[in-house]
Write a protein that binds this ligand. Structure first.
Ligand code: FES
Ligand SMILES: [Fe+2]
Length: 392
């Protein structure tokens, strides 16, 4: 060969997405690929989203689910696909307790059986086909489905919230969002108070010091010493003489998250893992009657004015705050997808505990599911939207 040696072209790295759960080597990669155990009840909608005669399309870890309310008021949840040519049943029509696919008019009952064909069968026997049906119920103004093994539905419980029941329920505020982020990012966000800088305008908590964190069974408990509700607006309403706002207790009570400030301001956060990067999140805040005062006085806000207070607090503080969280977790998801191989820097030790719990519960489900006579399609899809989009 004459002249200088030919220089090799630099090899371009092939862009690759984050690893799957099976491929993941670090705790962070594993938790960002983990699903949630389907053998629990999951909130999928507010009851108000499902008036009689309507359908609602959702997903659980990639699996399309249609929830519909019959014109008779009954509630049902089915796989969101017609057994004929796989159209979404959520585009169909509700009659009585039945749902009819919009294309050829196959009609399903609430158990997923086809009970009527709106066309000639060409001399053939009625096809023996069904779609999956899920246990469904309502509680706390929310619609819940049980996406896992239906035999376990009666033994799993939806958290009780006694403060919202009875003749004098506490004032409540509901908020729900669908964020383009993995569910573990949201659990990290709502429990890790090191992000108070993000909320510097509203100051829902400030100068938080982690005073306790522990993993007990399927629950992570943690406490912070912090100033709760010290923002310019909330501090006028929160009665600091009556309730202790210097600390907050939180828990990730798998798969649900909650907090308690002084026994008087509480919240639950219910996440629905729709797919690998989509999570619907339901927040339920509730306030004891004595927790809120007339600004500038020591007088408790009259019970009749609590709903007005809650509406104002929601519009002026809580929802703007939650939007900040939503933007942050969506940005973190994008950052993770690009830089998933970057070194992990995690300072809050409680975050490691949420992640351990999420990983363990998903692994336990996969192991249990493998031993079932008919393994779940939820495990097989592994959070990819079914059918997988062509670019994956
Ligand atoms: S695709 Fe549903 S009835 Fe044909
Ligand atoms: Fe936040």
């Amino acid at each position: 060969m004459t002249g200088g040696a030919r220089r090799d072209r630099p090899v371009r790295p092939v862009p690759s997405g984050p690893p799957s759960f099976a491929e993941a080597r670090s705790k962070r990669a594993r938790v960002r690929a983990a699903g949630m155990d389907p053998d629990y009840w999951y909130a999928v909608a507010h009851e108000s989203e499902l008036p009689r005669g309507t359908t609602l399309a959702t997903r659980f870890w990639g699996h399309p689910v249609v929830v519909y309310r019959g014109t008779d008021g009954s509630l049902h949840a089915l796989e969101d696909r017609c057994a004929h040519r796989q159209l979404k049943l959520s585009g169909g029509e509700v009659n009585g307790c039945h749902l009819t696919c919009t294309y050829h008019g196959w009609t399903y009952d609430g158990h997923g059986n086809v009970v009527h064909y709106a066309h000639d069968l060409f001399g053939r026997a009625r096809p023996e086909v069904t779609v999956a049906a899920y246990p469904v119920t309502t509680r706390h103004g929310l619609v819940w489905i049980f996406p896992g093994d239906p035999a376990l539905a009666p033994v799993r419980t939806i958290p009780a919230i006694p403060e919202l029941e009875g003749s004098k329920p506490w004032a409540r505020l509901d908020a729900s969002y669908t964020w383009q982020a993995h569910h573990s990012l949201i659990i990290d966000n709502v429990s890790d108070f090191s992000h108070s800088y993000l909320h510097r305008r509203y100051r829902p908590f400030w100068d938080a010091k982690l005073t306790h964190h522990a993993l007990n069974g399927d629950r992570v408990e943690l406490s912070y010493e912090t100033c709760v509700g010290g923002g310019p607006l909330t501090s006028r309403f929160v009665d600091r003489h009556r309730i202790d706002t210097t600390s907050i207790d939180l828990a990730f009570d798998y798969p649900y998250q909650r907090s308690d400030t002084g026994g008087s301001i509480k919240h639950w956060c219910f996440v629905l893992p729709m797919d690998r990067r989509t999570t619907r999140v339901f927040f339920l805040f509730y306030f004891a009657p004595g927790a809120v005062k007339v600004p500038g006085t020591r007088r408790a806000l009259p019970r009749g004015l609590l709903p007005l207070f809650v509406r104002l607090a929601g519009a002026l503080v809580i929802r703007p705050l939650l939007r900040e969280d939503g933007q942050a977790v969506e940005a973190e998801q994008l950052g993770y997808e690009i830089h998933h191989a970057a070194p992990v820097v995690e300072l809050n030790p409680a975050v490691g505990l949420f992640q351990d719990l999420t990983i363990r519960k998903w692994k336990e489900f996969l192991d249990r599911d493998r031993d079932r006579p008919r393994p779940s399609r939820i495990a097989a899809a592994d959070g990819r939207v079914v059918p997988p989009p062509p670019d994956r």
